[in-house]
Design a binder for this molecule. Sequence first.
Ligand SMILES: Nc1ncnc2c1ncn2[C@@H]1O[C@H](COP(=O)(O)OP(=O)(O)OP(=O)(O)O)[C@@H](O)[C@H]1O
Ligand SMILES: [Mg+2]
Length: 365
Amino acid sequence: MNQNELKLRERVKELNCLYKLSRIAWEANNDVDAIIQKTLDILPDAMQLPDLAEACISIGTRNYSTKGFKKATVLITGDLALHKKKFGAVKVGYRRSSSGKGFLAEERNLVKTVAQELSLLVHRVSIEDDKRKLQIQLQHAERLAFVGELSAGIAHELNEPLGRVLGFAQLIKKAGSLNEQQAEDLERIIKASLYSREIIKKLMIFSRQMPQQVARVNLNTVVENILYFIDVRFQGRNIRITKSLDPSLPVILADEVQMSQVLVNLITNAVFAMPRGGIIKIVTKVKGQSVALIVKDTGSGMTPEIRKKIFEPFFTTKPVGQGTGLGLSVVHGIVDSHKGQILVNTTPGKGTSFEIRLPRQLKRK
Ligand SMILES: Nc1ncnc2c1ncn2[C@@H]1O[C@H](COP(=O)(O)OP(=O)(O)OP(=O)(O)O)[C@@H](O)[C@H]1O
Ligand SMILES: [Mg+2]
């Protein structure tokens, strides 16, 4: 092959590479990972010695490379950058330099061009990714708000008739003159009504229908009080509760009883997630303009599918009869009405942390 033919062949390979890259850019549903993986696949073929060529693309702390890249010695690099700020690099190298061939100027240019195109592409897709995530979050929030309205309606409608069932049952009980079987049945009616009332109460908290008693509260005191009662219950379950409370935690305006409910629900869930024991860590600290209460466990963690649903009323993974699936709905309702935020961090098999952030100064509506 003469020199011109060789050059032409290289040129065709380069153009082919750029063409494939533009195809990747137009393919729908590519996320950043897919784009990088596909770019890695096409890069070596554009080089003079495709069989010896290896490539690596790094973005921030993420590194993607072809199998033999570690063995590559001679390297050419193109920066991934946006508005002159570097955020990664494209590297191409040969596994063996013994062939004596270095890289052609054209190849250097190609890697630079690929890096430039990739920078724009990654930037565009990241923006789209963020937009998609935000949309999902919004849909989720809307769904919760809708369920909230629905449960508020149901709770309201059922509350009154249930009150009457309970009231009349208690009147009959007071009147006496029932035989043993009747008294037993009546007791069942009362028990079932009380249970239903508890559920209605939880639904009302979730949908923010419960009146609040807002006062100055120190979350450290809430933690100490709850632990005093709870510690005994978990003895013998192989569960250790540790705490790290910030002594300079500012007092916040909140409903103390509700704050205790939040903590009890989170601790109960943590205990349930650790059937073979583990550690629950409770932390309070200041985070900017917020006060944070963190409950962290070393339990089962959650899959993304479960994680998505945990705040929905009646969602539970517990066996039938063991949980109502209202614990976290109550937590959500309370934190929401305190204008706070809940951050969840979970890894299946490793554990979960719930972080409740409440504003230092709660502004009343
Ligand atoms: N710390 C945790 N670790 C792992 N999974 C958790 C944790 N906390 C909550 N979950 C998951 O979220 C689900 C919903 O929790 P939630 O507290 O709302 O209801 P529940 O605990 O199932 O029932 P209830 O609180 O009424 O007894 C749980 O069934 C569980 O699957
Ligand atoms: Mg629970």
